[in-house]
Design a protein around this ligand. Sequence first.
Ligand code: ADP
Length: 259
Amino acid sequence: AEGVDEVRVATIASRPERRIVAIGSGKGGVGKSTLTANLAVALAREGHKVGVVDADIYGPSQPRLLDNEGERPVAENDKLVPVESRWGVPVLSIGHLVEPGRAIAWRGPMAGRALGQLIDANWGDTELLLVDLPPGTGDVQITMLQRFRPAGAVIVSTPQDLALIDATRAMQMFEAGQIPVLGLVENMAGYLCPHCGEASDPFGSGGAEAQALSREIPFLGRIPLAPAIREASDAGTPPAAGEGGQGEAFREIARRLAA
Ligand code: ADP
């Protein structure tokens, strides 16, 4: 098995033109998958060749977010072929490897092998792979940073203190592995009530930007807590694909990331 892994590393190392960017978070439910899907769609709109690897073994959600849930990848010459989506973003998800709705209870080595199959797939001319990691600092994340050496990582957090403390741990993990943290994104920042129009901060405000400043990490931007984002996401129509509205916040972050 060791030999197979070495071959994989060699294959990936032979394609330095394909950048891998990991999207991580300290906690679940902070919007890491939503951000990944929307960054991919926003970058594809700008003409980048971008693919998404969904490595979130606890809740693979890219097939739903990018609306290709029913599809199954095929294998060609022992490599998976990513599944196209109508947003111009090919996807491979850990959810594609198991029956829909089945819980995934894998030990580290198995999850690591699954991640290898997704990353070392037949990505064709894809230049940038965004990898939606599981939350926290577990086996999959460590495999990711040790074996696949992403070019960088983006960390997502809510403004809430607790989420920020966990986000700091995720940042430390990448820094310890000498993977540059490309920036911090604050999600669920500010709530604009659709009924009365009042703006409020359910999870506090400004914490992520202060944290980024103090760690000398770029602050990539904030996305408001908006029911429209959840509704569009559940419907498989990423806000970043539409004109104006909430999509602009995602597109701005994508532009900063690509700059
Ligand atoms: P994670 O990948 O960090 O677990 P998700 O991206 O799956 O988080 O988001 C968790 C839930 O919150 C989903 O139902 C998603 O639609 C919703 N959500 C994420 N970001 C926002 C936002 N800015 N406004 C409203 N709902 C959001």
